[in-house]
Design a protein around this ligand. Structure first.
Ligand code: C5P
Length: 137
């Protein structure tokens, strides 16, 4: 048990967005840090103080992809991350179906069909959720 758990403090939440369009899932390839560069992840990041999970998902999608999303249901269970954080994923759709996400901070973006979702090199926490992500497609 971590110190935070023992003290009853909630874990820091990192939200992830499972953005689906036409039966494909949006994934982005990290450019940094060195140990994560080249690996794939869902868009997302830390929930800031005073922010709801859904607000954080929308903010991160604007920052990382340049698009607004509509946030839906939770996907899978919380996945533990190092340093007492958890990854919590929400389904999402593009608010404007014609909008095209772009890799603002990342090396590349891909819209993955189910078969490719099993094959790419995910960050470890995101990989845990692959069965839940497949169920969205
Ligand atoms: O992107 P950021 O550095 O804010 O993410 C905080 C932590 O959450 C990092 O350790 C990152 O590896 C992890 N993370 C993750 N999967 C995501 C997004 C972030 O494991 N989809």
């Amino acid at each position: 048990m971590t110190t935070d758990e023992a003290a009853g403090r909630a874990a820091t939440v990192v939200v992830g967005a499972a953005v689906v369009r036409d039966g494909r899932l949006l994934a982005q390839q990290r450019a940094f840090p060195a140990e994560a560069a080249g690996l794939w992840e869902l868009p997302g990041g830390r929930v800031e103080p005073g922010e709801s999970d859904a607000e954080a998902v929308r903010r991160e999608c604007v920052e990382e992809l340049g698009v607004d999303v509509v946030v839906g249901d939770r996907v899978g269970a919380d996945v533990p991350l190092p340093n007492g954080m958890v990854l919590r994923v929400y389904a999402a759709t593009l608010r404007d179906a014609e909008a095209e996400p772009r890799a603002v901070e990342h090396r590349a973006l891909r819209w993955l069909p189910a078969a490719e979702l099993r094959e790419i090199d995910w960050l470890p926490a995101d990989r845990v959720l692959v069965p839940d992500l497949l169920a969205l497609l």
